[in-house]
Design a protein around this ligand. Structure first.
Ligand code: NAD
Length: 339
């Protein structure tokens, strides 16, 4: 297993990170014992970075991960989050953050977190996240309850606005760099690298679309994106290959991020994903898969409060997306706001 430093922190995280949201039955029911065995196998094979949140399950993923980590806490770098508690339930107030950390520590059977992240910042106001939430996390750091402080979200511009004002240790974004999208590389990574902020790339399988299971019902992507995933998966199957394997190999080859988080719920998935890490990508197969996925490439969706969207229009149309991308590049060059 290869390890990389998360930005300017002292955390050396495995390049394959364990996303624990599936342990909260987010992608369908999980056998708790199987989930626990998956965690143990991952640790035995050198995976040391585990990411979870009270939102997953809700609270079930933290409970199950906490149980699986009993007696193994010191072998892992443990990240959790605060501020998001349900599909439409958010509370970024200092009072809630203080109760939230105590609840997470209790569920995870530990007295500190290695990384504590404000969950999905685009659902909060920039004034509150920067003026109240993050200062509360820094206070928790001084109190020894968390070692480092990060932010997470889908809207890259909002993440950068928060980072500019508050300088977190890490930024986690999801579904922004994989076979279906690459704007993390163009927009966020250069920004973070310049400032020594660690980047965590989550959802290498585009939250299931790049797997044979397909997307869960709640997936926010447009139908074109789901259909492209289904076509690519079928093509791989017909050619004796596996789309998840290719998607993961592709992400593992991207070394500008500290770690790639993959949601895992069974020993079989852990084994497969370790295999993907250890085997080289077939360039001809990759080229074919990319051609199949091309019509759905870089199709993003709006998330969070309208004021925090990366772009003005909320359309899923590719032409509108192209326009968005150009304007994001232009504003990056200006070093200014998204609008
Ligand atoms: P993902 O793209 O990693 O896909 C997970 C799905 O793929 C699950 O159903 C899993 O069982 C399945 N899977 C894993 N390995 C497989 C394999 N080899 N073959 C077939 N299927 C396989 O999506 P994710 O879990 O949402 O993202 C990874 C992690 O990143 C999450 O668990 C979470 O920890 C983190 N995350 C954070 C945020 C946030 O902070 N806002 C958002 C998304 C994800």
């Amino acid at each position: 297993m290869e390890y990389r430093k998360l930005g300017r922190t002292e955390l050396n995280v495995s390049t394959l990170g364990f996303g624990a949201s599936p342990l909260g039955d987010v992608f369908g029911p999980v056998n708790p014992a199987a989930g626990e065995r998956a965690v143990h196998l991952a640790i035995d094979h050198g995976i040391n970075f585990f990411d979870v949140a009270p939102y997953y399950g809700p609270v079930l993923a933290e409970e199950r991960l906490g149980k699986a980590l009993l007696g193994r806490r010191t072998k892992v770098i443990l990240a959790s989050k605060c501020g998001r508690y349900g599909v439409d339930t958010f509370d970024y107030s200092p009072r809630r953050i203080r109760s939230s950390i105590e609840e997470s520590l209790r569920r995870l059977h530990t007295d500190y977190l290695d990384l504590y992240q404000v969950h999905d910042v685009e659902f909060g106001s920039i004034e509150q996240i920067v003026g109240e939430t993050l200062p509360t996390l820094w206070a928790l750091q001084k109190e020894g309850k968390v070692r480092y402080v990060g932010i997470t979200g889908y809207m890259l511009r909002m993440l950068m606005r928060v980072a500019e004002a508050a300088s977190p240790d890490s930024i986690l974004s999801y579904c922004r760099y994989n076979l279906l999208v690459d704007d993390l590389d163009r927009v966020l990574v250069p920004y973070a690298q310049e400032r020594g902020i660690g980047v965590i790339n989550a959802s290498a399988l585009h939250m299931g679309i790049l797997s044979s299971h397909g997307a869960p019902e709640w997936h926010p992507a447009a139908d074109e994106v789901r259909q492209a995933g289904i076509k690519a998966s079928r093509y791989c199957r017909e050619h004796g290959a596996n789309l998840s394997q290719i998607a993961l190999q592709f992400c593992f080859g991207y070394n500008k991020v500290a770690t790639t988080l993959v949601g895992m719920r069974s020993m079989e998935e852990v084994r497969r994903n370790l295999r993907a890490l250890a085997t080289p990508l077939d360039p001809a197969l990759l080229a074919k898969v990319r051609t199949i996925l091309a019509p759905a490439f870089n199709m993003v969706w709006p998330s969070g409060l309208p004021a925090n969207h990366d772009f003005r229009a909320a359309s899923h149309r590719p032409s509108a997306l192209r326009a968005r991308r150009v304007s994001m590049r232009a504003s990056s060059r200006r070093g200014g706001e998204e609008r």
